[in-house]
Design a protein around this ligand. Structure first.
Ligand SMILES: Nc1ncnc2c1ncn2[C@@H]1O[C@H](COP(=O)(O)OP(=O)(O)OP(=O)(O)O)[C@@H](O)[C@H]1O
Ligand SMILES: [Mg+2]
Length: 260
């Protein structure tokens, strides 16, 4: 099951398909992600971007194909096992608990850590709980929500709720961070702040795979961009290459025609 980990990309997707009935949401997709920087995953609405995230992170089982993480075949692994490998994500539709505090949203999500904490706690008093709390607080400082940790999540404006979800992913100290439209619904200023934050996070450690519709953000942040349409990869390259690719232009124009 293992390839040589040192020569393996961080994430490899090989011939991956995901059908919903007759619909190929992902259609024989190949994708390689190296272990640093920010990679964009873009494409018109319904192109299959979120389905790729869901299939990698164990929410959907693929219909066929393989997913490898550092050479390890993790195809169809359940979500908690994928998360425990160091893969964290955010959701396009926020999945925060609005009636919990900011801090509890993060602590509650560290599913493996509380379990470890309760096990270790028998031997070490409260030290293990402290580890989880330290990671949560560090993540909140990173996203600029340190002074909001006692607030209820529902009291935060949307921009801060998205930051909270990002903090929850960061608190797991991932090696691969998958962001699904982190600037969705944000004002231009919030979007600019989010761009700076993503850049800071990526330079601090994890590789980032970024789904985003806001092209200015994608083009300024990503070294490499993968373009999907109808579940297939239609282009890949740096921002200049992708922007001038005729297939990419046609995909976006076509989708505008469909929505006109
Ligand atoms: N659980 C599901 N059941 C049935 N069809 C689904 C399901 N999830 C996604 N689809 C369909 O699969 C296709 C790809 O959806 P997906 O959400 O991956 O697109 P996307 O690229 O993330 O789009 P957007 O930019 O609008 O978020 C769409 O046609 C969508 O309707
Ligand atoms: Mg989506």
């Amino acid at each position: 099951m293992y390839k040589n980990p040192s020569s393996s990309p961080l994430l490899e997707i090989e011939g991956l398909s995901k059908n919903f009935g007759a619909l190929y949401a992902i259609d024989h997709l190949d994708l390689h992600l190296d272990s640093d920087g920010i990679t964009g995953l873009i494409g018109p609405n319904g192109a299959g971007k979120t389905t790729v995230f869901n299939t990698v992170t164990g929410i959907h089982k693929p219909t066929s194909g393989r997913v490898l993480y550092r050479g390890l075949d993790i195809t169809a692994w359940p979500a908690h096992r994928v998360a425990n490998l160091g893969v964290a994500r955010t959701f396009q539709n926020l999945k925060i608990f609005k009636r919990l505090t900011v801090l509890d949203n993060i602590l509650g999500a560290q599913t493996s850590l509380p379990r470890m904490a309760s096990w270790l706690g028998k031997f070490r008093g409260k030290a293990a709980d402290k580890t989880a709390t330290d990671a949560a607080e560090h993540a909140l400082v990173m996203v600029g929500l340190a002074d909001r940790q006692g607030s209820l999540a529902q009291e935060l404006p949307l921009g801060e709720q998205r930051r909270l979800e990002l903090a929850r992913a960061l608190a797991r100290e991932p090696d691969l961070l998958m962001l699904d439209e982190p600037a969705g619904g944000m004002t231009p200023q919030e979007t600019e702040d989010m761009a700076q934050l993503i850049e800071k996070i990526a330079s601090s450690g994890p590789s980032v795979l970024l789904i985003e519709h806001k092209m200015s953000l994608v083009m300024s942040l990503c070294q490499n961009i993968i373009v999907l349409n109808f579940g297939q990869k239609i282009a890949e390259g740096d921002p200049g290459v992708v922007q001038s690719d005729p297939a990419v232009r046609e995909a976006y124009l076509g989708s505008e025609r469909d929505h006109a």
